[in-house]
Design a protein around this ligand. Structure first.
Ligand SMILES: [Zn+2]
Length: 106
């Protein structure tokens, strides 16, 4: 197993940064970034495959339809809550403070 992944950003190799430059004078290229898998945090997060928020966003813009097909949401989700409203006297008049608390049903 390799100790790095190539960034999966579809445009990673087009960003003009010094660290992406490879090759000798006359035949230089901008290359996709390598992401070292040298920490627990990196290996267990989306950052194991994306070098930046921009590359992650570019990937999602290009592949969101596949992602939705893989993980479709066919019905809504709900979180049980308790809502309380409290009228509070303020310096410039009364206002209503709304508190939304999650209800733990487990
Ligand atoms: Zn990248």
């Amino acid at each position: 197993m390799s100790n790095y992944n190539w960034c999966h950003g579809p445009k990673c190799h087009t960003h003009k940064t010094q660290d992406r430059i490879r090759g000798v004078k006359g035949s230089k290229v901008l290359r996709t970034r390598k992401i070292p898998q040298n920490s627990h945090y990196i290996r267990n997060s989306v950052w194991s495959h994306f070098c930046s928020q921009g590359c992650y966003t570019d990937f999602m813009h290009e592949h969101w339809e596949e992602q939705i097909r893989l993980h479709p949401r066919t019905e809504c989700l709900e979180t049980p809550v308790e809502v309380t409203k409290e009228v509070i006297e303020g310096h410039y008049g009364n206002y209503t403070n709304t508190e939304i608390k999650k209800v733990d049903n487990a």
